[in-house]
Design a protein around this ligand. Structure first.
Ligand code: URA
Length: 441
């Protein structure tokens, strides 16, 4: 077999066989196929796409390029959730204790912040003492004991994806739906859970800017998951507006805890509860999705989800007294209010710019080695749809870096579009994609 023939076949829009995909993935990981030939194939895939069969086979080969986590020693149905990334997205911190409190097993690996989007592992590490890297045995024991553990990615999961992603990044082939679907699902399948709920974001702060693209990506990921024998559902959720009011690590933990206590912002609560209900349903804890929704609300109302969060923090070495009393956290030295100079409404927000402003303030990394300032971030006082009056504060910036304030403030002001008109609001959850098809809300 020759790589040039595989490139030529895909260039002509034909379906690659399992053997051809195997030759390419295995050859590339062993450094037997050069980057320039893989780049040509990626560009041919970008233009000509892949069939469902091809995408599934490709994903399974990428999954098998490294370790596949064995969670068989955990009793019960193991559930996982993945978000394609957003600003203010702290749903993992809200939904994992809810579903664990209801009896599902959460053995989850999460990521760090990437670009303008935050990451669960960074948020967890903002809680003093909280460990995010555990020995495999401890990870498994903790899930058996309390139903939940969330750690940073360990081991050598999908190394072929790491290599392919780095090449896609420099060959303008990142935003190809089959390549994104393969990249995300290879890692989710390697992480070993039985049921996966995918939160595919759409809007100005997301990878997929339109609903149609988000549905296409979700449909491909659901087919890959189901073809690999995992129960998989995707929700398409709104990322034209940051989720909740708080962006930044400690600020987001605080808002997640408020939501677990039943006092969270409606958008964060709505998305988190709907994701949680789907997981509860997939874990066979509820007979149908409506019953799952009721159970999820019940776990907030009776305090069991909040108590599970405290148990989770403690089990991973975190000091739960900080969760019980947020005043104990170190505060940012600078609190700067961003004000508007007109009346009207917030018409829309450029969510990516808000995320970038929080990175400038210290909540995210501009380079791989940057240290985070856990106290840094933004509280959005006004969001899309809110009425404003001249002189109102629309956002509060928190930082310990005085030099960052001006550029972060400029970016936040640029991110807000103001108007005399009140905008029409989109629903938060736009569609649900299962193996049986797409339901738009
Ligand atoms: N996230 C991933 O893990 N891979 C992609 O290709 C895009 C987003």
């Amino acid at each position: 077999m020759r790589m040039i023939d595989i490139i030529d076949k895909k260039k002509r829009g034909l379906e690659l066989s399992k053997e051809e995909l195997e030759f390419f993935v295995n050859g590339y990981i062993k450094d037997e196929i050069p980057d320039y030939q893989v780049s040509a194939l990626l560009m041919a895939i970008y233009f000509n796409g892949m069939t469902e069969k091809e995408t599934t086979q490709f994903t399974l080969l990428v999954r098998d390029s490294g370790d596949v986590v064995d969670l068989s020693k955990i009793e019960g149905i193991k559930v996982d959730k993945h978000s394609t990334g957003g600003v203010g997205d702290k749903t993992t911190l809200v939904l994992t204790p809810i579903v664990a409190a209801l009896g599902a097993k959460v053995a989850k690996m999460s990521g760090r912040g990437l670009g303008h989007t935050g990451g669960t592992v960074d948020k967890m590490e903002s809680i003093p003492g909280m460990e995010t890297s555990l020995e495999t045995q401890k990870f498994i024991d903790q899930v058996n004991e309390i139903g939940i553990s969330v750690i940073g990615q360990t081991g050598n999961l999908a190394p072929a994806d790491k290599k392919l992603y780095a090449l896609r990044d420099v060959t303008s082939t990142v935003n190809s739906i089959p390549l994104i679907a393969c990249s995300i699902m290879s890692k989710k399948l390697a992480a070993g859970s039985d049921a996966i709920v995918l939160d595919v974001k759409t809007g100005s702060g997301a990878f997929m800017k339109t609903l149609d693209d988000a549905i296409e990506l979700a449909t491909e990921m659901v087919s890959i998951g189901e073809n690999a024998g995992k129960s998989t559902i995707a929700l398409i959720t709104e990322m034209d507006i940051p989720l909740g009011h708080n962006i930044g690590n400690i600020l987001e933990v605080e808002e997640a805890v408020e939501t677990l206590k039943g006092h969270g912002p409606k958008d964060l609560e709505g998305v988190s509860l709907e994701l949680a209900a789907n997981l509860v349903y997939m874990a066979n804890i509820a007979k149908n999705i409506d019953e799952a929704r009721e159970m999820v609300k019940g776990a907030i109302a009776d305090g069991s989800a909040y108590n599970k969060f405290l148990e989770f923090v403690e089990a991973q070495g975190g000091d739960k007294s900080y969760i019980e009393d947020f005043d104990k956290f170190d505060k940012a030295a600078i609190h700067h209010e961003v004000k508007v100079d007109r009346d009207g409404y917030v018409y829309e927000m450029d969510t990516e710019k808000v995320g970038n402003a929080s990175v400038i303030l210290g909540a995210g990394r501009e380079t791989k080695d940057d240290e985070l300032d856990f106290a840094a971030g933004i509280k959005l006082v006004k969001k899309t749809g809110d009425e404003i009056k001249k002189g109102d504060t629309i956002a509060i910036l928190y930082t310990n870096d005085e030099a960052a304030v001006k550029s972060a403030e400029d970016l936040v002001l640029e991110a807000y579009s103001l108007s005399d008109e009140k905008p029409e609001m989109e629903p938060l959850v736009l569609a649900r994609v299962t193996k049986d098809g797409v339901t738009k809300y």
